[in-house]
Design a binder for this molecule. Structure first.
Ligand SMILES: [Zn+2]
Length: 84
């Protein structure tokens, strides 16, 4: 079983389950989402941009791991062919 991924609400740091049911993710609620959007208009903009970059890096790392797993199974198949 896969553990549900949780993130901390950027506004109040409450844990939020990263799923379709959490429609305001990564915020815990519409209220926190609106507070953060208001912050973007102010000096917090650069901090929010850095956080988004970290998310993109995290996704890229996960994709790479998946690709390596796929490569590993292809290598196994090739080894079988050589043995037979
Ligand atoms: Zn919140």
């Amino acid at each position: 079983m896969k553990k549900p991924l949780t993130v901390n609400c950027p506004t109040c740091q409450t844990g939020v389950i990263w799923a379709a049911t959490s429609e305001h993710r990564p915020f815990c609620s519409e209220r926190c989402q609106k507070i953060d959007l208001g912050a973007w208009a102010n000096e917090s903009y650069s901090i929010a941009a850095v956080q988004q970059d970290e998310w993109e890096l995290s996704d890229a790392t996960q994709n790479k791991a998946t690709a390596e797993m796929n490569n590993a199974s292809e290598t196994d198949t090739n080894t079988d062919l050589h043995l037979h």
